[in-house]
Design a protein around this ligand. Structure first.
Ligand code: DGJ
Length: 733
C-alpha cells in the first residue's frame, strides 16, 4: 500500500497489492483521472492517457493545449463549463452563476484514516490504511474543496469523501455535493442494481451501460427497499468466480443518487452521493460541509470475491463496539406470534418455551408502550403500558432474564402518531408544512430529527426505559418514508438542509444510545429491509432483512442482500406457516436452513408447534450454536441462483478452509430427472473433506461437484418442493 506524488508530472498513484488509482493535475489546474484498475507498476508519467485534441462542437478551457474537460477523464467535475457531462457538485455564489473553477493547490498524505464528523464511515488504524487529501481552490468564490481518499492495505478498496469549505466572507449555496465521481474509458460494461419493494427487497437487476444515463435513487428520506445504495459495474462475462467487477457502496441511510453516464466520446462517468434534488445547503462564511463516504471495491475474480471483500471489510472496519466479530444471539421475537395483542403472562409463556428450546434472547416487539393496541396510536409515548406490563419493561426484562434469556426491545423512535400524547403536546415536532394537510403512512408522521430538541426529547424517554432495565438488544424500526420534509423551526433558506440534517439527527441518537449502553446489540429495521445500508451498519451491526419471512422468498432476498452486505448483518427468522405474507407452507427444516445463514432467530410461538417440530427446533438451535461462527463469518459463496433456477445453493467456508457448510434447496420439484452435480467453491483443492458418509478431495468437489441427491446430501431431493439440507464438510488429516 502506498500513495505516491510525482512532482514533475503532477500525478498521484494510490495503490496496494490489488489495485492502482492514478490521477493528474491537468493543464488548467483541474484534477483528472487516468487509471483505475488492477495494480500496475508505479510510473513517473502517464500523461499519454490524456486526450488533448481538436474535435467539433467541443469547448476548450485551454485552446493552445487543446485541453477540454469533456474529452478527458475528470476527477471531480464542475458544471456549466467545457465539460458537458453530469457535474459532481454545483456551488452558487451571490452572482447566481453556479460556475466554478477549482484548481489543485496542495495535498497531504497521512497514515491511517480520519473520522467523518457526525457521519458513519469505515475506520482503520495506522498501518492498515493510508489517506490522501487533495485541496482544490476557487479564488473567485473563496471556496476550497478537499477530496479525501483512503486506500486499505488488505482489501482492493478505496474510500472517498469530499469536504467543502467556505473561506470567504459571503455565503454560498451548495446545490449538489456528490461523494464520488469516477470517469473511466467506457468499455462493454454492465450495471447491477439491487431493487425491490416491501417484502421483496434487493433483487439483482442487470442492465447494459450504453450511451446516456442509467440511474437509481431514493427520495424517500431513507435508503429504501426500492433501490439499495449499492451498485456493481461489471463486464458482461463476469460471473461469480471470474471477471472484472467494481462495487460502490454508499455509507449513508438517506436520499441518494447513483448514476452512470456514457457520453459520445465513450467516457463512463459513475457518480454517487446525496440526492441533489432534495438537497440545497447554504454554507455561511467559515462553514464546512462533509459528504458521506463511498466505498469502492474491485475484483478480478468475479462477483463472489467482490462480495467477500465487502463482507470482510464491513465486519472488520465498519461494524463497531462489543458485537464486532461476535456470534449473534439466537432470538425469539413475538411480532408474528402476537402482533400487539399480548400481556405479560402471554409473553412469559412464549419466552419460557423459547428458553426451553435453547434460544438466547427474547425480543418484545411493537405494542408495549402508550396506548399502542393497534398501529393507529401511541408512537411517541415511550412509556410501558401498565395494563399489559404491570412491572414495566424492567419487571418483564427481569423475569425473562430469570428464565436464562437476554431481553430485547422494539422501538420506532423517529415517528409519532397524531393520536399520541407527544403529538398533542408538541404538534410542531412532526415534519409538516403549516396549513397543509400532511400525508400519513401507517397512520403516523415523521418527527423532525433535524431539530436537536426533538431528538433530545425522544432520547430522554428512551433513556428512562433503558437506564435500569436489563435490555441487551434494541430493534430500531422506521415504518414510513418521509414526506412534507419541512421543519417548523427553520428559515426558508435552510429548508434544503432538512433531509440530510434528519439523517444526522438519527445518527446522533444512535451514537448517544450506543455510548450510554455499550452492551446493547442494535438491529436496524425499516418495515423489514427498507434501510439496509452500509451507513446503518456503523451503528447497528445487523438489520432486519425483510418482513417477508417465507422460506422460499427469503432465498431470493438473502441471496440478493449477500452481494453487498455481510451474512452476520442479515436478520433472518423462522416464522409460522402458512406464512403471514405469502400463505405458503415451507417445512420448518427449509425455513431454518435459509435463516441460519444470517443473524438467526424465530418469530412464532413455539407453544403452537407439534412436539416433533419442537424437537426439530431444539436440534436446529443446537446446530446453529455449534456452527454459528462459520455460518456468520465464514467466506460466503453463492452457488446456485434462486432467481433463475428451481434450486438454490450457497455455502460458507472457514478462513483456514478446514470446514465448510453447504446448503441446498429445492424450490420446485423436478421429477424424473437425473440429479445434476453442484460444483462447490472456496475449498482447498488438496484437502480431503468428510461430507456425510463420503470423503472427497477439495478439487473433486470444486471441479466435478457433488451429486444433488440423497446418497451424497443426506435428507435432500430435487423431487420434492421445498426439500433442503445443510451438509457440514470437515477436512480430515
Ligand atoms: C415492521 C417490522 O419490520 C416488523 O418486524 C415489526 O417490527 C413491525 N414493524 C412492528 O410494527
Amino acid at each position: 500500500m502506498n500513495i505516491i506524488w510525482h512532482e514533475r508530472s503532477k500525478q498521484f498513484h494510490l495503490y496496494n497489492d490489488f489495485i492502482s488509482y492514478v490521477m493528474h493535475v491537468q493543464p488548467d489546474g483541474r484534477l483528472g483521472q487516468l487509471y483505475y484498475g488492477a495494480k500496475i507498476h508505479d510510473k513517473e508519467d502517464m500523461t499519454y492517457l490524456a486526450n488533448y485534441r481538436m474535435m467539433p462542437l467541443t469547448a476548450y478551457a485551454d485552446i493552445d493545449v487543446l485541453y477540454s474537460a469533456d474529452l478527458n477523464l475528470q476527477e471531480y467535475p464542475d458544471g456549466g463549463r467545457d465539460d458537458f457531462g453530469t457535474p459532481a457538485f454545483r456551488i452558487f455564489d451571490e452572482d447566481g452563476s453556479g460556475i466554478s473553477g477549482f484548481c489543485y493547490v496542495n495535498h497531504t498524505i497521512t497514515e491511517g484514516k480520519k473520522e467523518l464528523p457526525g457521519l458513519p464511515a469505515t475506520y482503520a488504524s495506522v498501518g492498515e490504511c493510508m489517506s490522501l487529501e487533495i485541496e482544490l481552490f476557487d479564488a473567485l468564490s473563496n471556496v476550497a474543496i478537499r477530496l479525501l481518499y483512503s486506500v486499505f492495505r488488505d482489501y482492493p478498496v478505496i474510500t472517498r469523501s469530499v469536504t467543502f469549505e467556505n473561506r470567504g466572507d459571503k455565503k454560498v449555496v451548495l446545490d449538489r455535493a456528490l461523494s464520488l465521481s469516477l470517469d473511466l474509458p467506457a468499455a462493454d460494461y454492465e450495471w447491477m442494481q439491487f431493487s425491490g419493494a416491501w417484502a421483496r427487497e434487493r433483487r439483482p437487476v442487470t442492465k447494459k451501460l450504453k450511451s446516456g444515463i442509467t440511474a437509481i435513487e431514493s427520495r424517500r428520506g431513507h435508503s429504501s427497499p426500492h433501490q439499495n445504495p449499492f451498485v456493481i459495474i461489471k463486464r458482461p462475462e463476469t460471473g461469480e468466480e471470474s471477471g472484472e467487477a467494481m462495487g460502490f457502496s454508499f455509507v449513508y441511510s438517506g436520499n441518494f443518487l447513483a448514476q452512470a453516464q456514457v457520453n459520445a466520446n465513450d467516457r463512463l462517468r459513475f457518480a454517487m452521493g446525496i440526492h441533489p434534488e432534495t438537497f440545497s445547503w447554504q454554507l455561511a462564511a467559515g462553514e464546512s460541509f462533509v459528504t458521506p463516504e463511498v466505498v469502492m471495491a474491485r475484483s478480478d475474480k468475479g462477483l463472489g470475491a467482490l462480495s467477500r471483500t465487502f463482507h470482510d471489510l464491513y465486519n472488520a472496519h465498519l461494524v463497531r463496539g462489543q458485537w464486532k466479530g461476535k456470534e449473534r444471539p439466537i432470538l425469539l421475537n413475538n411480532w408474528e406470534a402476537t402482533f400487539m395483542d399480548f400481556d405479560e403472562e402471554a409473553i412469559l409463556k412464549i419466552a419460557g418455551k423459547a428458553a426451553e428450546a435453547g434460544a438466547e434472547l427474547f425480543v418484545l416487539d411493537d405494542g408495549w408502550f402508550g396506548a399502542r393496541d393497534d398501529d393507529r396510536r401511541g408512537l411517541g409515548d415511550w412509556i410501558a403500558n401498565p395494563k399489559k406490563l404491570p412491572g414495566g419493561i424492567k419487571g418483564l426484562a427481569e423475569k425473562v432474564e430469570a428464565m436464562g434469556l437476554k431481553f430485547g426491545l422494539w422501538i420506532e423512535p423517529e415517528m409519532v402518531n397524531p393520536d399520541s400524547d407527544l403529538y398533542r403536546k408538541h404538534p410542531d415536532y412532526a415534519l409538516a408544512v403549516p396549513g397543509r394537510k400532511p400525508s400519513l403512512g401507517r397512520w403516523q408522521m415523521v418527527l423532525d430529527y433535524s431539530r436537536k430538541e426533538v431528538v433530545d426529547a425522544i432520547h430522554d424517554m428512551l433513556y428512562a426505559v433503558l437506564k435500569d432495565a436489563p435490555v441487551s438488544y434494541i430493534k430500531w424500526d422506521m415504518n414510513r418514508s418521509i414526506t412534507e420534509c419541512f421543519s417548523n423551526e427553520k428559515k426558508p433558506e435552510e429548508q434544503g438542509k432538512v433531509y440530510h440534517q434528519y439523517i444526522l439527527g438519527m445518527y446522533s441518537l444512535y451514537e448517544r444510545l450506543r455510548e450510554e449502553f455499550p452492551k446493547i446489540l442494535f438491529e436496524s429495521c425499516s418495515s423489514g429491509g427498507g434501510r439496509f445500508d452500509a451507513g446503518m451498519l456503523y451503528y447497528a451491526p445487523q438489520a432486519w432483512c425483510s418482513d417477508n419471512t417465507d422460506g422460499q422468498d427469503r432465498l431470493q432476498i438473502q441471496y440478493g442482500s449477500s452481494y453487498g452486505y455481510p451474512i452476520s448483518s442479515i436478520g433472518a427468522h423462522v416464522s409460522a406457516i402458512p406464512n403471514q405474507q405469502t400463505g405458503r407452507s415451507v417445512p420448518i427444516e427449509m425455513r431454518a436452513n435459509v435463516a441460519m445463514f444470517g443473524a438467526f432467530g424465530y418469530e412464532l410461538d413455539l407453544n403452537h408447534i407439534s412436539a416433533e417440530e419442537f424437537e426439530t427446533v431444539k436440534e436446529q438451535i443446537r446446530f446453529v450454536k455449534e456452527h454459528r461462527a462459520l455460518l456468520q463469518y465464514g467466506d460466503f459463496y453463492r452457488l446456485r441462483d434462486p432467481f433463475y433456477h428451481d434450486q438454490a445453493a450457497w455455502m460458507v467456508v472457514s478462513k483456514d478452509k478446514k470446514q465448510a457448510v453447504l446448503a441446498v434447496f429445492t424450490i420446485t420439484a423436478n421429477v424424473n430427472r437425473i440429479a445434476d452435480r453442484l460444483q462447490l467453491s472456496g475449498l482447498d483443492p488438496d484437502r480431503i473433506y468428510q461430507a456425510g458418509e463420503s470423503r472427497y478431495y477439495g478439487d473433486e468437489l470444486m471441479h466435478v461437484g457433488i451429486a444433488m441427491r440423497e446418497e451424497c446430501i443426506p435428507g435432500y431431493t430435487t423431487e420434492q418442493d421445498h426439500s433442503s439440507a445443510v451438509l457440514v464438510l470437515e477436512s480430515v488429516e
